[in-house]
Ligand binder design. Structure first.
Ligand SMILES: O=C(O)CCC(=O)C(=O)O
Length: 272
């Protein structure tokens, strides 16, 4: 299976509309890949808090439209990263004036919307995304022809129980779009390897490059195999990171070193 991670440079010098066009062209250039992955909040930047409301779009907004056409033209599965989503007042997916979510979109090679994931763990503690956006509450897996994706977004990477939940739901390949800051780059790499090793799964973690809202981005998108080996790692700048991997290695690893079978369930909950 071939995956291409598009580590997009997100900076204020480029308009959202121009970046959308540029990214759509980059996706079209990946024809021949099975799966293309984009980063978190690449239209605005994950730290451009004041732009979230202005650039927020409904699920069927301009980003979905542009990415669906690009996925169809390239004939690829596309994890289109996430967008600031403006939901309907009832929290539904129609256009509306309801809450904001950090919402990931997964598109099929025919350009159909295959999955939607609203980020569960919002970053910022008492500011930024944590106060501006609402939290999702549903785990999302996406069956592809050769592997089942489990999706998570950026800060979610720090919460191993979410990944366990995805494994229990059948995930074999985690896809994690991010806008991870450079000052915590060592955590990014370490956590990506940890989530892969402990769950005996692939992880495709795609970050942004450049600087926006004064926050230099880590770049260094990374692909790790179920044994924890780094298959590919990007540098700091905009880059297409392409990797070939064998999805069957997940089952082989889980079979030959069956640590997942030794799990004791319920330890993450207080005892009565
Ligand atoms: O956890 C971190 O250090 C970064 C998280 C983050 O930037 C995000 O979720 O947008």
């Amino acid at each position: 299976m071939r995956a291409s991670l598009l580590q997009v440079d997100v900076n204020e010098g480029e308009s959202v509309e121009s970046r959308r066009r540029r990214v759509a062209a980059l996706v079209r250039e990946q024809a021949g890949a099975d799966l293309v992955v984009l980063p978190e909040l690449w239209t605005t930047g994950a730290f451009a808090y004041e732009d979230f409301a202005r650039e927020a779009e409904p699920l069927d907004g301009p980003t979905l439209e542009a990415m669906a056409a690009a996925a169809r033209d390239a004939g690829v599965w596309l994890h289109a990263g996430s967008v600031p989503e403006r939901a309907a007042a009832d929290g539904g997916s129609a256009t509306g004036d309801g809450p904001l979510y950090n919402t990931s979109l997964v598109l099929s090679p025919t350009g159909d919307l295959a999955a939607v994931y609203r980020k569960i763990h919002r970053f910022g503690f008492d500011k930024g995304e944590a106060v501006l956006m609402s939290a999702g509450d549903a785990l999302v897996t996406v069956p592809l022809p050769h592997t089942t994706l489990g999706v998570a977004t950026c800060y979610d990477l720090r919460f191993p129980e979410l990944f366990r939940g995805l494994v229990d739901a059948g995930a074999e390949t985690f896809v994690v779009p991010a806008g991870w800051p450079d000052r915590r780059r060592s955590h990014w790499t370490l956590l990506a390897q940890a989530r892969a090793v402990e769950n005996q799964a692939y992880i495709l973690a795609c970050g942004t490059a450049g600087t926006h809202a004064g926050v230099p981005q880590a770049g260094h998108s990374i692909v790790v195999d179920p044994w924890g080996e780094v298959l590919a790692e990007a540098g700091p700048g905009e880059q297409v990171l392409t990797v070939d991997f064998d999805p069957a290695k997940v089952a082989k690893t889980r079979d030959q070193f069956p640590a997942l079978k030794d799990r004791v369930l319920g330890l993450d909950r207080p005892h009565p």
